[in-house]
Design a protein around this ligand. Sequence first.
Ligand code: HAM
Length: 432
Amino acid sequence: MSYQKMKGTVDIFPSEASKWQYVEQVATDILRQYQFKEIRLPLFESFDLFARGVGESTDVVSKEMYDFYDKGDRHIALRPEGTAGAVRAFVENKYYGPEHHKPQKYYYIGPMFRYERPQSGRQRQFYQLGVEVFGSKNPATDVETMALAVDLFQSLGLEQVRLVINSLGSNESRAAFRQALIDYLEPFSDQLSDDSKRRLHENPLRVLDSKAPEDKKIVANAPSVLDFLDEESAKHFAAVKEQLDLLNIPYEVDANMVRGLDYYNDTVFEVITDHEKFGANTTIAGGGRYDGLVETVGGPATPAFGFGFGLERLLMLMEYSNVQFPADPQLDVFIVTIGQRASTEATKLAHALRQRGLLVEREFMNRKPGTQFKSADKLNARFTFTLGDRELEKNTVNVKNMATGQELSMDLADVYSKDFRENFQEIKDELK
Ligand code: HAM
């Protein structure tokens, strides 16, 4: 019997994982500057939370859910995204209460699940880094959060990305726009792609961001959502643009950008790359304002804003852009052992050196000394510490600088002494 990973999942081995750690490190440093705090949430929630929160007519809910009934007959779904769960947690734990600072600013990093057709940059289990802000209607929140996204991508060395924004207006103005859009599209319904024909009445806004060429032609002359904004939404959008200008953050307005999830109102945005290896218009990050969701999930009316991005897509873009990842820190010591007694001593030696803060690997396989030195070289060890019968008789260890070949003999008692860290610095100096 042989097993293979499930379609749309990936295994991440250490050489890749260290790149993930780098991205997460850079990201969490920036998130700290912006004062976003981590929230850790369940990977599964009730199916109903996503159906109501994300929207029944969205692809995410209608086609892509990993849902099942558990042994207690509860209808459960693996989370397809992080926002609905964050809102559920915020409401259930009453973080809207007066004792909590406003706005609450959270971030999360973790796997999401969507039953999609796997392709490059699209998986069934993928990682998202997401942020959510609860309690501020101030356009400064929209701008700060978008600036964070831009800052993040820039800090990771990505230059070929564009910030694209739009406003969907209030629920009321969106309803008026929706009707106007249906009225415009209906006469063309025969010419629309099959997907768009289906969406025309279910979720007509999605026709606007269809990639099918036949749809694009028709959509080019469709009414613009921006012409339907009421006064408050228009003012909000103007303030967002003004403050983006204030930060000198370049952006484009695309009135046809509507996002794939139902909970948005007013500002929506995406960070898009046109890198040739991805094909034009690949979304790296997306988000926006969702002022109605907390209420939908049973909390008090609470404005909210957030975004998420796929870590796989981000890492792919970094590779394509030839971003240099930092090397792993160098191994300080590889312990070479000759014989069983030496192997036992190496257990003690490795432990002592690690407790003194060094990065240490040791021989486990009792291989020939020459092979062990080759390993030490391959692992890029700064020093080898060799233990053989000769050393053990004298209670010493042979220390060798792998770069220069210089060697010296050291008393084991010195290595085991409390101030070995300083001694190690001396060894480094002496064996330069
Ligand atoms: P979303 O646009 O559905 O938004 O997903 C955000 C990002 O997740 C995408 O831009 C993409 O990078 C990544 N992504 C989505 N699906 C896949 C997939 N199958 N494989 C790989 N990466 C994928 C949301 O999920 C919202 N919750 C964002 C948000 C937070 N809005 C407000 N707050």
